[in-house]
Design a protein around this ligand. Structure first.
Ligand SMILES: [Zn+2]
Length: 225
């Protein structure tokens, strides 16, 4: 299929996001993947190809898939192994863009313990950067899902988790990384920036002891379901 102008622009935007995120240390090496909806009927996603270094991402590394994660057209590269997870988010949330990072702070907070099911964040002004959030008193509960190399099985767990947590703006894969999304790719990119800021603030805050201070600063909570 010849690339239309709209998915050429989308590919360029996805590649630019990848380079920006690489510059922030959120998608080192070939880690992370990004997608955007090109059409809803039939469902078509522009998504990063597998095994591409994100610091060198170009629009030629973005391929198009259908609703079954099969490649549309004649591109020879394989889509990201996590394409099924992107499709779950698009279907269940109506997202226009889905972004996945492997940052240090997201990895640390997602792996805080084998039986922790949520990262809860509240009291931060930066929460207002999440769509629909108007106050720092908002409580964001981010589900933590066990990592799995069986993508069909993991996609089913992701789908169920999204349905059970309709207010969540994101989920974490344990000791793996962050998934977030938005109505547009720009909304999704803002969500990554906000959440990565909050993860780092919580992670650093958990070990910070003010000079002369007696206890750790309690910024966030990892909780059971
Ligand atoms: Zn990943």
């Amino acid at each position: 299929m010849a690339a239309t102008r709209s998915n050429t622009v989308t590919s360029r935007e996805l590649a630019a996001i990848g380079r920006r995120f690489y510059g922030r240390g959120w998608v080192q090496g070939t880690s992370g993947n990004f997608s955007a909806v090109v059409s809803r009927e039939p469902l078509r996603l522009a998504i990063t190809a597998s095994s591409v270094h994100k610091g060198q991402l170009r629009d030629a590394h973005i391929i198009e898939i259908d609703g079954e994660a099969d490649i549309v057209g004649t591109r020879t590269r394989a889509p990201s192994a996590e394409a099924l997870l992107h499709l779950e988010v698009v279907r269940r949330r109506g997202a226009g863009g889905v972004l996945h990072t492997h940052s240090i702070w997201g990895t640390i907070l997602s792996g805080a313990g084998p039986h922790r099911d949520f990262l809860t964040i509240d009291g931060f002004e930066m929460l207002k950067g999440l769509s629909g959030v108007r106050t720092h008193t908002h409580v964001e509960r981010i589900p933590i899902i066990d990592n799995d190399q069986d993508m069909s099985r993991l996609a089913r767990v992701v789908g169920d988790t999204l349905d059970r947590n309709p207010e969540a703006h994101a989920f974490l894969l344990r000791r793996h990384g962050l998934y977030t999304w938005g109505d547009t790719l720009a909304d999704a990119e803002r969500h990554v920036e906000i959440l990565e800021f909050l993860f780092e603030a919580i992670g650093r805050g958990a070990t910070f002891r003010p000079e002369g201070g007696e206890r750790e600063v309690d910024y966030g909570a990892i909780e059971n379901s």
